[in-house]
Design a protein around this ligand. Structure first.
Ligand SMILES: *Cc1c(COP(=O)(O)O)cnc(C)c1O
Length: 267
């Protein structure tokens, strides 16, 4: 898995600053280059085209300056966990979002009273885990005239590990939720998201099995042919510690924070 392979995606220019040199200018670009190499190597090892795997940069706890550094290095998809941070950083990235150069996904649990803020600032939501929430969001989109292609892009979050601490619908219920979500007029179902078991707590094969489970959920939903499910092709899975395992199991989006920005300060 960690074999060095030739990256086949375009790399940003290397900088004089090493990947471990804190938040100095250039450090984010250098770390991003290393992450892109990891993605390319993992795709290669899995016999996949690296262009099938999109990098989402997880920007929680990072200041706008760090986010802008990532954007300058070619990042076109970021994810926020908390609505408060999403809203706080929105002005810094609004121009790029408006220009269609940047997508912003909500990747943390969403409370119903924050729906309007998410609709105003995010281009997608990866953490849909109840039909109630889905209906509320859809209703508001419809009210705003956002239907069909202009509906909010959503993924259904699936809890593949069964851990109580994790959000998401259980894998056995994910298909039914996805089918119902896909039929709502204000939403566009693009796929499925999961947070894998932590490699410190689980064996590699257990983590992989969780990712394989998410792929099976997606494949079943796609095979159902139910209205609106044809676009549900994405698998958002894999983070700094396990992106190789996720890519081996078919990830189309990996969400990476630590490997791009360095360790987050402990809360
Ligand atoms: C923080 C976070 C990530 C990125 O995790 P790293 O281990 O820092 O790469 C990915 N997905 C979600 C939902 C997160 O909260």
């Amino acid at each position: 898995m960690s074999d060095q392979q030739q990256p086949s995606t375009p790399q940003p220019p290397a900088t004089a600053t090493g990947p471990d040199s804190g938040t100095d200018s250039g450090a984010v670009a250098a770390r991003l280059a290393a992450v892109r190499e990891r993605i390319a190597a993992a795709a290669d090892a899995a016999g996949r085209d690296p262009r099938e795997v999109r990098l989402l940069v997880a920007t929680k706890t990072q200041p706008p300056e760090a986010v802008l550094e990532a954007l300058a290095a070619g990042v076109d998809l970021i994810g926020e966990n908390r609505v408060q941070e999403l809203v706080a950083k929105a002005p810094a990235v609004a121009d790029r979002v408006a220009a269609g150069e940047l997508e912003v996904h909500m990747i943390g649990h969403l409370q119903r009273n924050k729906i309007n803020q998410v609709l105003a600032t995010a281009t997608g939501l990866e953490t849909l885990d109840s039909l109630d929430l889905a209906r509320s969001i859809s209703d508001r989109c419809v009210r705003d005239g956002r239907t069909g292609e202009r509906g909010l892009e959503v993924m259904v979050q699936v809890n593949v590990t069964g851990e109580e601490s994790k959000s998401g619908v259980g894998p056995d219920d994910a298909g039914a939720l996805a089918t119902a979500v896909a039929a709502l007029p204000g939403l566009r179902l693009t796929g499925f998201m999961t947070i894998g078991a932590h490699l410190d707590d689980a064996a590699e094969h257990t983590v992989r099995a969780g990712f394989a489970r998410l792929r099976a959920v997606r494949d079943d939903v796609l095979a159902s042919g139910a209205p609106g499910t044809g676009s549900a092709t994405e698998l958002s899975m894999g983070m700094t510690g396990d992106l190789e395992l996720a890519i081996a199991e078919g990830a189309t989006v990996v969400r990476v924070g630590t490997a791009v920005f360095g360790p987050r300060p402990k809360p």
